[in-house]
Design a binder for this molecule. Sequence first.
Ligand code: ZN
Length: 312
Amino acid sequence: MFRNLWTIIFLIFITFFLYSFTDKDGRTVQQKQPLKRIVIDAGHGGPSYLSGKFYGGRGPHVEEKDITLAVALKLEKEINLEMPDIEVVMTRTSDIFDSPIVKANKANEAHGDLFISLHCNDVSPLKHSEIVGYTTKTVKKKGKKTTKKVPEYHYWTTPNPAHGTETYLWGVGKTNEKEEALSENDFVDTALFKSFDDSDPARMIAVSLKTQQYAERSRNLAYTVEEEFEKAGRVSRGAKQRDEKGIWVLQAVAMPAILIELGFLSYPDEEAYLMSDQGQQETSETIVKALKRYRYSLSNKQSAPAKPAAQK
Ligand SMILES: [Zn+2]
């Protein structure tokens, strides 16, 4: 009975925590600015080739790790300029390697309100072949010599036509992992919260509510980013979930999280665009436009658009 009472008190507290806030003068105000610190993760970094294995993607003229770093640095500058009240935390600012575990820890230790990971796609060229003629081969069959026609092939490749941007959020199938990340990273840092053990239903409900809220925010931002890319004239492949495989780092950070694939380095136009100063600048400006809309929707408690087309 005593325990149940505490559970009810705790749930009331959590509801209050999530939906309102008390300012210095003791007035209850809307939830405090929900976007104060953004963690920007430039994908990959460090050695590209180690013990016979390639790391990170590449196009004919550039490596993914260099594009992600260049855009991440421009994005940091652009946020500082356009949203000066927001603090930016970078997982890397030079060509270094950190494992996704280290990157997720950096984000969690920084207590970010949003995690944005930048990457680039690349795909193999399309392989083609055609028969250009036949040669005659002599083969022995049951001791008898016979001739056989053998086709001769010409092989060639053409650039893969896949191009465009896409933004990922963690799969719904990975909710457990996200809840775990939240549970381990003191999202409510209070003595009361800590007094509940891990298996307490009240704690589990609170973590589950927060996970749902983060999923909704991530989805909202992912669609908004892709809408802005489309408005900017880029080809958008849409907001997506990688459900089966998941994206480890997105599940491991205790905050809303998205992963933006900035374009295909295997597509000549996109590689050139992402290598250019103008392309990198436009890309970071587009992401900032989406971040402004995201922040606005948070402070106005708008729900996430159902489809990317819904806000057109
Ligand atoms: Zn990548």
